[in-house]
Ligand binder design. Structure first.
Ligand SMILES: *[C@@H]1O[C@H](CO)[C@@H](O)[C@H](O)[C@H]1NC(C)=O
Ligand SMILES: *[C@@H]1O[C@H](CO)[C@@H](O)[C@H](O)[C@H]1NC(C)=O
Ligand SMILES: *[C@@H]1O[C@H](CO)[C@@H](O)[C@H](O)[C@H]1NC(C)=O
Length: 459
């Protein structure tokens, strides 16, 4: 057995041998072993083949020293001057042997006179010349936002054409909130890495994620390959439609025209597609039994339908629903409180009740001639009524209670001068503009023992 190792030394510095060279002469098998790394440059030293076979340099040419190799003729060659086997052309281990662990070139060395045949085995060692490669540059994953944590999503793994440590892959996932990486393990027989969901996804917050998966091999230095993971989060109908407010307060005049817009409601739903498409509907209107409002199911416009009347009802409470078109649908609701505002649309009413008619000429001041009562259906100042009487007559109006008055004699009468009075009672409300009603009371003055007559006109 002979052993040759070559190092190049200069002073105390030794260049690590580019090639770890050794030869083993196995006497029994008669075989010579060399080793060369793949991709070595042209002219790289492989071994002193002539010497190691025990041949003299001088006899190489005369004995027709030649090297034969099945299929691999030109990869290695021998210099007949110095008997050195060297690399002639590029040796690619992967092209030569694929992924098999053993890779060597078999040489047959022949000399004549006498004929001798030697067998030489040159091992081609792997260097880390292949990076891990993913089948695609980008991988898409569609994941429903309803997926439970710990769900697993298998990925395409990378492959590495090298062997041994140079092909041992370690996977890394870019930093992110939602996924961790489960690397393939030898025991599990799965070569695929998988994403594991760490926490629940929410499409409304994170509709998509871009992750980077990196595979590194075990070579020194290591080589890496990457694949872009594009995760699209699919929507499920998990959001209620929501109105901007739970309650809306609106005021509207009672004389609002038919179809007047009361309020435009707007609900939003964060879901996507039909899960976020809304339809509005009226759930109830209180007081019930009224269809005084309509709601457009598409645009949420609440409008007056018909004629409002403050005097009939001052306040409505309307429950509105917004329903999405998901399956199953989700519902949001709100309340619209509609306050009807009074306008001065009712004139006061006056009622006259005459008492002592006709009036005796000798009647005393403060004699009550008639009772007056007024009323107004409107509210507030629109319903506040004041009463007045034609000026310059010997009568006056005295308030007896809210909205009740008496028409009383103010001074003495003289039938010979004025036999009868047409008294105009005006009831006027405080609205602006105000409305009023008048009543005429004809008062005749009689002499004692004369006949009686009485007239009341109302306008
Ligand atoms: C509803 O409100 C949202 C914003 O709050 C707005 O983007 C949308 O256009 C509104 N829709 C309608 C119909 O007004
Ligand atoms: C609108 O009012 C009319 C009566 O004026 C009624 O027949 C109709 O049903 C109402 N519309 C709605 C949508 O309530
Ligand atoms: C109000 O308008 C609606 C819709 O146009 C109509 O059906 C209804 O008859 C109208 N009501 C009145 C009192 O005009």
């Amino acid at each position: 057995m002979s052993f040759v190792a070559m190092t190049y030394c200069q002073g105390s510095w030794c260049l690590l041998p580019l090639l770890l060279l050794f030869t083993i002469w196995e006497a029994g098998s008669g075989q010579l072993h060399y080793s060369v790394p793949e991709e070595a440059k042209h002219g790289t030293f492989v071994g002193r083949i002539a010497q190691d076979l025990g041949l003299e340099l001088a006899e190489l040419v005369p004995r027709l020293f030649r090297v034969a190799s099945k299929d691999r003729g030109d990869l290695l060659e021998v210099n007949l001057q110095n008997g050195i086997l060297f690399v002639n052309s590029r040796i690619d281990r992967e092209a030569l042997c694929g992924r098999s662990l053993e890779c060597s070139i078999h040489l047959e060395v022949i000399v004549d006179r006498p004929l001798q045949v030697f067998h030489v085995e040159v091992e081609v060692r792997d260097i880390n010349d292949n990076p891990p490669v993913f089948p695609l540059r980008e991988q898409k994953l569609l994941i429903y936002e309803s997926k439970q944590p710990d769900s697993r999503f298998p990925l395409e793994g990378a492959s590495d054409a090298d062997i041994g440590e140079n092909a041992v892959l370690v996977y890394r996932l870019s930093q992110n909130e939602y996924f961790s990486l489960e690397s393939p393990t030898n025991s599990k027989q799965t070569k695929r890495p998988s994403l594991i969901l760490k926490k629940t996804l929410d499409r409304e917050k994170t509709p998509e994620l871009n992750l980077l998966l990196t595979a590194s091999d075990g070579g020194k230095p290591e080589l890496t390959g990457t694949v872009q993971l594009w995760v699209r989060v699919l929507d499920v109908n998990d959001n209620d439609p929501e109105f901007d407010h739970l309650e809306y307060k609106v005021r509207i005049m009672e004389n609002a025209a038919n179809e007047t817009l009361v309020i435009k409601l707007n609900a939003t739903d964060q879901d996507e597609g039909v899960n976020g498409q809304l339809e509005y509907s009226l759930m109830s209107i209180k007081p019930s039994g009224r269809s005084l409002f309509t709601l457009d199911e598409n645009n949420g416009e609440l409008r007056v339908n018909g004629t409002l009347d403050y005097e009939a009802n001052k306040f409505y409470e309307i429950e509105v629903l917004a329903t999405d078109k998901g399956n199953p649908p989700m519902v949001g609701h709100c309340t619209v409180s509609v306050e009807i505002l009074d306008i001065n649309d009712n004139a006061p009413e006056v009622t006259l009740t005459s008492l002592s008619l006709p009036v005796r000429e000798d009647a005393q001041p403060n004699t009550v001639i008639a009772l007056i009562s007024v009323s107004d259906l409107d509210s507030g100042v629109n319903g506040q009524v004041t009463c007045s009487l034609t000026p310059n007559v010997p009568f006056k109006i005295v308030s007896t209670f809210k909205n009740y008055y008496s028409l009383v004699l103010d001074s003495s009468l003289d039938r010979e001068r004025v036999p009868a009075y047409d008294l105009l009672v005006t009831a006027r409300d405080g609205g602006s503009p105000s409305l009023w009603t008048t009543a005429i009371d004809r008062v005749e003055v009689i002499e004692i023992h004369e006949g009686v007559s009485r007239h009341i006109y109302r306008k």
